[in-house]
Design a protein around this ligand. Structure first.
Ligand code: ADP
Ligand code: MG
Length: 239
């Protein structure tokens, strides 16, 4: 269940100012691209446009050859996980994961069985009956990942999903993401401001500067052969 994600000429203006000014980006099927860029450069905006939570002023989004641009979020085959897990506090862990399946019209028993499988995938089979409030931050984010994967998305969008976690837990999550990719192989677009995370987790990186992808390629290549002074400055800087 994976599909090549292709973003072409994406433009998004807020109050006349273009935040995205022609973003071109491709994530090969089953691969992971890390989207890097300074704070406020428009990384989250890119993800929201791919997910259909916002509408571009120009440009198109394709996945698996299908034009997603005009489609509502639920018909895009995308799922997103942000910095905060946003679980439903009144539902058990299992029912949180089953929720998107129930919304998609699956029978309750079938939805729960499938959700249990996804909970096992993130190593939380034992916590199915718990409420989110009793979980650690890392466990909550595992549930959020299981929930995102429950509907078998072709494209998984991750917006700084590990940045609120302690470094040790973050490393666990990096291993988990590698395991999940091996198990279900979604196409992953990961926004991060952590360049080391980008190198460890992603196949390639793309740097968003001044509304465009300034350079994309293997992390090492960007470091040894930055395309522009701005890329060099960004990768070499403290942020
Ligand atoms: P990043 O995720 O790279 O930090 P964002 O995509 O969140 O950046 O935001 C990029 C810029 O667009 C910021 O200047 C932000 O204030 C602006 N922006 C994002 N969403 C909106 C919105 N709905 N209305 C107005 N401005 C927005
Ligand atoms: Mg952001």
């Amino acid at each position: 269940m994976s599909a090549e994600l292709v973003v072409r000429g994406l433009v998004r203006r807020f109050g006349g100012t273009p935040v995205l000014d022609g973003v071109d980006l491709a994530v090969p099927a089953g691969e992971c691209v890390a989207l890097l860029g300074p704070s406020g450069s428009g990384k989250s905006t890119v993800l929201r446009l791919v997910a259909g939570l916002d509408t571009p002023d120009a440009g198109r989004v394709h996945a698996g050859g299908r034009d997603l641009t005009g489609l509502p979020p639920e018909r895009r085959g995308t799922a997103m996980v942000g910095q905060r897990p946003r679980l439903f506090p009144h539902l058990s862990v299992l029912d949180n994961v089953a929720f998107p399946l129930a919304v998609a019209g699956r029978r309750r028993r079938e939805a729960r069985a499938q959700a249990a499988g996804h909970l096992a995938l993130v190593g939380l089979a034992d916590l199915a009956a718990r409420r989110p409030a009793t979980l650690s931050g890392g466990q909550e984010q595992r549930v959020a990942l299981a929930r995102a994967l429950a509907a078998s998305p072709a494209v998984l969008l991750l917006d700084e999903p590990f940045s609120a976690l302690d470094p040790g837990v973050r490393e666990e999550m990096h291993r988990l993401l590698a395991d999940l990719r091996a198990a279900v192989a979604p196409t992953v677009l990961l926004v991060t401001h952590d360049r080391q995370e980008a190198t460890v987790v992603a196949d390639t990186v793309a740097v968003l500067l001044d509304g465009r992808i300034a350079q994309a390629g293997p992390a090492e290549e960007l470091h040894t052969r930055p395309a522009t002074l701005a890329v060099s400055r960004f990768l070499g800087g403290a942020n």
